[in-house]
Design a protein around this ligand. Sequence first.
Ligand SMILES: Cc1cc2nc3c(=O)[nH]c(=O)nc-3n(C[C@H](O)[C@H](O)[C@H](O)COP(=O)(O)O)c2cc1C
Length: 363
Amino acid sequence: MHSPDESPRPNSTEDRKDAHLRICLEEAIAGLDVTTGFERVRFEHDALPELALSEVDTSVELFGKRLAAPLMIGAMTGGTERAGRINRILAEAAETCGIAMALGSQRKMIEQPAVRATFKVRDVAPNVLLMGNVGAVQLNYGVGLDQVRFLIEEVGADLFAFHLNPLQEAVQPEGDTDFRGLVGKLEALVPRLPVPVILKEVGAGFSKKTLRRVVSLPIAGIETAGVGGTSWSKIESFRTDSWVQQMTGRRLATWGVPTMQSLQAAVSIFHGTGKAIFCSGGIRTGLEVAKAVALGADLVCSALPFLKAASEGGLEATILTIRQMMAELRTVLFCTGSRTLAELRQAELVPVEDMGFRGTRET
Ligand SMILES: Cc1cc2nc3c(=O)[nH]c(=O)nc-3n(C[C@H](O)[C@H](O)[C@H](O)COP(=O)(O)O)c2cc1C
């Protein structure tokens, strides 16, 4: 475990993307001792909703596309044969259920032309609101305007996400850790891209300080990817041979801004800007989707549950997982007397202390 020279390096020759999938599916990389914070608020039940369940409409229009629910399969993968199979299952499930989908980092499409097909899902998901992805830090490592345009066009993305992952890169054996000058680079590059741009974290969230810095960028929105779900610090701790990095990754596994706090900060700072807020990080149930929407999220993303469903149960299980979340969301609208998502935003969320019991996950 403890390598003699302590130079950080991956602990096998396994492809990084496949290693991420394996660790996510086999190791305890979520939960830990922090939560999203959503268990601290509860909806008030409406026993007389004056609605028929059949009237409830969870649909939403975003970036020119109508979604059956404000739900996105979060950015995960691509770049290996296994990842390509998973992407196609996720895409087909998203198409069938009418929700959005994000691709994982497309950096490999630039470096390895042979794997480009593993990111291409338009043949099975022609109507899906599809978000492309690359690390913003790659703008300091040779990726520029032409490459990003290429990534967008090759997959037919409607949106493009730059992910911000300083914690992950710091713990990653081969991490790209020079984050200097990215604000200026994004400022120059984003307006020249053919689709709207989202800035996202990968599980450590956005603080008020960061949100104040990014609100003036020409981006279309952010995705919180807060603490409470998948921990990239923890995942990378499984991949490194360096004992120092292993310990750093484990000890900082809960570092960052919990999802609900990050969402509330984004709502207050983005108010009136017209920028979209995607909420993610530990979203596991339709009830949590509903809470995020009620607190101001335009779209709610969940990643790990869909990877598990796709990998372990294939297309059918993935569709079932999405339908389950959608049914829960619909039921919450019904039981809060909300016919639409706009009405759900008016529903009251009460702190659990005011309801007289301790906050535990409501599932
Ligand atoms: C297997 C896996 C791979 C991921 N790869 C990426 C990626 O390439 N780019 C990115 O922006 N986020 C990536 N993420 C982060 C997710 O998009 C999301 O922000 C994070 O996992 C928190 O959501 P969750 O708790 O629902 O999993 C990945 C997540 C998982 C589980």
